[in-house]
Design a protein around this ligand. Structure first.
Ligand SMILES: [Fe+2]
Ligand SMILES: [Fe+2]
Length: 343
């Protein structure tokens, strides 16, 4: 892999296939130029009853939200860049976000104390039953490839939305957050950017490493995981939750990465594939400490009022990741593909 042609940014993908009335109205509107409420051919941005009635965790709402957020990352081919800051689009995005955030606040919140929330992450049950345990012990190659295809929605934008928190931090918290992000972005080397390492893993497994290639294939539960990090990253008011979310990722990554490296070795994957996870075993053991003590402790020293939101960021991450894991394991146990479009 060269420094000049990163696998993840070759070109933006076309808009995804709609999954209902809300995402359908959105993708129909985005092919036009932005410009107020009336668009050519009677296209209108989603709103009203369909939006209010959509399941906040369902395919239709989660895909619509993903499409709105993607305008802030790489965008879509054939979609005018000006949509990113179109006021009508932002109004739609806000309505989608409120449905999602309200649902998360009521369903995921289990702690109001960040120490208690983080402590729960530090102890791994001896008889773990997560996806990484399954893949290490009995997963087959097709299941590993499906897992990686789902995960690519997240990992090919690894660490991107977390950067948005930097202007909202000061002093030690900012320095510690930037230090972790520096590692995530390859510590000065384009071919070591973690998203690029993940693209190499995908290529090794015969998957297409193109950014957003598996958007149509992945489930609402994976989209919700990615949408949560975009939501927390984009809103200054949610900076505490963003930091709690990031700590959860770093704390749980090291042992899970070790299991996934073992799984890939057992399945005969190449060195590039194994390397993504072995790199995370050591790096994230360090990142965990830096995020907990450098970022969270310092942020709460200066803004103690954010404590409950830090805990919410932990709880929401665990809640959404568990829902994703339950779904993928459930479909595999039934002998079915976990993807909407099997590989
Ligand atoms: Fe990473
Ligand atoms: Fe990390």
């Amino acid at each position: 892999m060269s420094d000049t042609h990163p696998a993840t940014t070759t070109r933006p993908m076309p808009l995804p296939t709609a999954r209902g009335e809300v995402s359908g109205a959105l993708v129909d509107a985005l092919v036009h130029e932005p410009g107020g409420a009336t668009l050519p051919g009677g296209a209108t941005l989603p709103g009203g009853r369909p939006l209010r009635a959509a399941d906040p965790y369902g395919d239709d709402l989660q895909l619509a939200l993903y499409v709105c957020y993607e305008l802030h990352y790489q965008g879509f081919s054939g979609v005018d860049d000006a949509w990113e800051w179109d006021p009508e689009l932002l109004r739609t995005r806000q309505a989608l976000e409120r449905r999602f955030l309200d649902a998360l606040r009521s369903d995921a919140t289990t702690h109001d104390d960040p120490d208690a929330a983080v402590s729960g992450l530090l102890v791994e049950p001896a008889d773990g039953t997560g996806v990484s345990h399954f893949l290490r012990d009995e997963g087959e190659l097709w299941q590993m490839r499906e897992y990686i295809a789902h995960r690519s929605l997240y990992q090919l934008k690894e660490a991107d939305p977390h950067v948005w928190v930097l202007p909202r931090l000061r002093g030690r918290a900012k320095a510690a957050m930037a230090a972790v992000e520096y590692d995530e972005f390859g510590a000065g080397h384009g071919d070591r950017v973690h998203a690029e390492l993940f693209a190499a893993l995908m290529a090794d497994l015969g998957l297409d490493p193109m950014y957003n290639h598996y958007l149509d294939a992945t489930s609402a539960r994976m989209l919700a995981v990615v949408n949560m990090m975009s939501l927390l990253g984009l809103h200054r008011a949610l900076r505490g939750a963003l930091v709690g979310h990031f700590a959860t990722v770093e704390i749980t990554s090291s042992p899970a990465s070790d299991r996934l490296a073992q799984a890939l070795r057992r399945l005969g994957a190449g060195e590039a594939a194994v390397f993504f996870y072995t790199e995370h075993v050591e790096a994230d053991a360090v990142h965990e400490q830096v995020v907990r003590h450098g970022v969270i402790d310092d942020l709460l020293k200066h803004e103690p009022g954010l404590a409950a939101d830090v805990a919410f960021g932990v709880d929401a991450t665990v809640f959404l990741e568990d829902r994703f894991a339950d779904e993928i394991l459930d479909t595999w146990r039934k002998g079915r593909s976990s993807l909407r479009v099997p590989l």
